[in-house]
Design a protein around this ligand. Structure first.
Ligand SMILES: *Cc1c(COP(=O)(O)O)cnc(C)c1O
Length: 226
C-alpha cells in the first residue's frame, strides 16, 4: 500500500474506534512517527494530509527539519538528553517526553533565553516496565507541584507508551490508568497546567488507546511500513 493509502486506513480505524465509544473522531490528532524515514517520504505523508511529525532522535529531527519545506509541526517524542535540548528548543511545538526535573530545568532555561514558552507533556511509565522512561504514577503529583518552578514550560497533558504485550486487557488497563491521572489533574484545575493532550497509542494499540480516551496517537509503522 502507498503512504496515502496507509494514512487513509489509519484515519478510518481512528474514526471507527472513536465512534464506537461516542467520541468525535476530529478531536484526535495523528503524530506520524518517522524513524529512519527520508524527507521525500515525509513530504509524501504531508501531501496526504499529515500535519504533525514525531521524532525520537534529535539528530534525525535536525536533518529532516532543514530539508523539508512543508508547513509541518514537529514533536519530540523520544528520550531527550539534557545537553541536546538547545538544538531543538526553537523547532519543536510539543515535547512528549518530559520525564525528569533536570530536563525541566534545562527546557525552562533555554525557553527563557528565547523569550518563549515551550509546551510539554509529562511522560508517565504506567506499565512500570524497566526498559521504559517516564515517571511513575505515584510521583506525578509532586512532579506537577515542582513544575510551578518552571514558568517557561507549559504542561499540556500526559504521555505514555503502552506495555510490551499482545494482551489487549493489559494494554487497556494501562491506557485507562493514564486517563484517570489525566482527569484527576484536569479536575484539580491547577492554574499553571492545561490538560489538553493525552498522548497514547501506537501502530499496534491506537484503537484501544482511543477507546480509552487518547486524543493524540503516535503512529509509525502503520503509516510508513517500516
Ligand atoms: C517509535 C515510536 C512510536 C511509533 O511506533 P510504531 O509502533 O511504529 O507506531 C510512538 N511513540 C514513540 C515514543 C516511539 O518511539
Amino acid at each position: 500500500m502507498s503512504i496515502k493509502e496507509n494514512i487513509n486506513s489509519v484515519k478510518q480505524k481512528i474514526e471507527q474506534a472513536a465512534l464506537a465509544v461516542n467520541r468525535d473522531p476530529h478531536e484526535i490528532s495523528i503524530v506520524a512517527v518517522s524513524k529512519n524515514i527520508t524527507p521525500e517520504t515525509i513530504q509524501e505523508a504531508a501531501e496526504a494530509g499529515i500535519k504533525i511529525i514525531g521524532e525520537n532522535r534529535v539528530q534525525e529531527l535536525l536533518n529532516k527539519y532543514d530539508n523539508i519545506q512543508n508547513n509541518l509541526s514537529w514533536h519530540m517524542i523520544g528520550y531527550l538528553q539534557t545537553n541536546k535540548v538547545k538544538y531543538i528548543i526553537d523547532k519543536v511545538e510539543l515535547i512528549h517526553s518530559l520525564d525528569r526535573i533536570s530536563l525541566a530545568k534545562e527546557i525552562n532555561k533555554r525557553a527563557g533565553r528565547m523569550g518563549r514558552k515551550v509546551q510539554a507533556l509529562v511522560q508517565v511509565n504506567v506499565s512500570r516496565e524497566e526498559s521504559k522512561s517516564g515517571i511513575f504514577a505515584e510521583e506525578l503529583p509532586s512532579f506537577i507541584d515542582e513544575m510551578s518552578n518552571y514558568p517557561n514550560i507549559e504542561i499540556k497533558g500526559l504521555m505514555t507508551i503502552g506495555p510490551n504485550t499482545e494482551d489487549a486487557d493489559v494494554i487497556r488497563a494501562c491506557f485507562r490508568g493514564l486517563k484517570l491521572l489525566y482527569d484527576e489533574l484536569k479536575n484539580k484545575g491547577i492554574d499553571y497546567i492545561d490538560m489538553k493532550y493525552l498522548s497514547m497509542g501506537m501502530s499496534n494499540d491506537y484503537e484501544i488507546a482511543i477507546q480509552e480516551g487518547s486524543n493524540m496517537v503516535r503512529i509509525g509503522r502503520a503509516i510508513f511500513d517500516y
